[in-house]
Design a protein around this ligand. Structure first.
Ligand code: AMP
Length: 283
């Protein structure tokens, strides 16, 4: 039987979910607004659902797997297991109040708080011993204070630009740090061969994104110093060149270190330094 994996049909996580699965070799592109796209070769049906509903379908066993946000899964109250972090859609669920209002999380007691994540908010308020009326909104929560329906908000913040534009500021620590996650009904699901393959492929794409391949030529006398700068994962590949005084070196490096590594290699005499992307890998 095919696996059934739910993908958000809209919202902040939708496009990146499809992109990641496509890069991992799955056929999940919709030609129109169809609900299900079947990848027969990999025996997976991709089911496009409203982001809010995904954890519910997975939690009650109607669908095997889903991609959703940790915040949405927590707000749904569904019993699901996080099988894998997908490293996109990073956000923080925070309290925000009008700038310079002087309000703190401790002084929110009794004030009206608007949010699209009422369960997540209620749990957090209860943990803090705060009692606040919760105003449930579907979106555009940041406008609710100006419209007079709330005194504070609890919302998803990514860059903070939306809050700034609305004249609001975050107070306190985030209630939840979220990102896109792969969920299943139970951890045992990860043992099914098709799920194991999916997770291995997704990891391959994510790891590849964190690394790059660096290649360069270096005088043989400097090889040891060069290998110390680019030790690779096991050890770097060293190949002879037609000039016996030089060798070529190839190694994986952390992408965020690339520029520092190129500077250091050039300084010790490396030339022809090339950095290329890695599309996917299994380490
Ligand atoms: P920003 O202006 O970058 O702080 O983005 C905040 C707004 O974008 C919020 O009001 C959310 O509606 C939306 N948003 C950004 N990232 C996410 C995410 N990962 N999940 C859900 N909504 C998000």
């Amino acid at each position: 039987m095919s696996l059934q994996l739910a993908i958000p049909n809209k919202g902040a996580l939708s496009e990146d979910s499809v992109r990641l699965l496509r890069e991992a070799g799955y056929r999940c592109t919709r030609s129109g607004r169809e609900l299900i796209v079947s990848d027969r070769e990999n025996e997976i049906d991709f089911v496009f659902l409203r982001p809010r509903d995904i954890a519910l379908y997975v939690g009650n066993g109607v669908l095997d797997l889903g991609i959703t946000g940790r915040d949405l899964a927590a707000d749904s109250g569904a019993q699901v297991t996080e099988l894998m972090n997908l490293e996109f859609g990073r956000s923080r669920f925070c309290f925000a109040v009008p700038k310079n209002s002087g309000l703190t999380v401790e002084t929110l007691n009794g004030l009206r708080i608007a949010t699209s994540y009422p369960e997540l908010l209620r749990k957090n308020l209860a943990q803090r011993g705060l009692s606040c009326p919760v105003v449930r909104l579907d979106g555009a929560v940041e406008i609710s204070i100006r419209l007079g329906v709330a005194d504070a908000i609890a919302d998803v913040v990514e860059s903070g630009a939306t809050l700034r534009e609305a004249g609001l500021e975050v107070i306190g620590e985030p209630m939840l740090v979220s990102e896109a996650i792969l969920i299943g009904r139970s951890a045992e699901l990860a043992e099914r061969p098709a799920v194991r393959k999916l997770i291995a492929r997704l990891k391959g794409i994510l790891v590849a994104g964190a690394y790059a391949m660096v290649e360069y030529d270096i005088p043989r006398l400097q090889l040891e110093a060069a290998c110390a700068i680019t030790p690779g994962l096991e050890s770097p590949t060293v190949s002879p060149l037609s000039n016996p005084d030089w060798v070529a070196v190839k190694a994986m490096v952390a992408r965020k270190e690339c520029n520092r590594i190129m500077d250091e290699l050039y300084q010790i005499g490396a030339r022809g330094i090339i950095v290329t992307d890695i599309r996917s890998c299994r380490l």
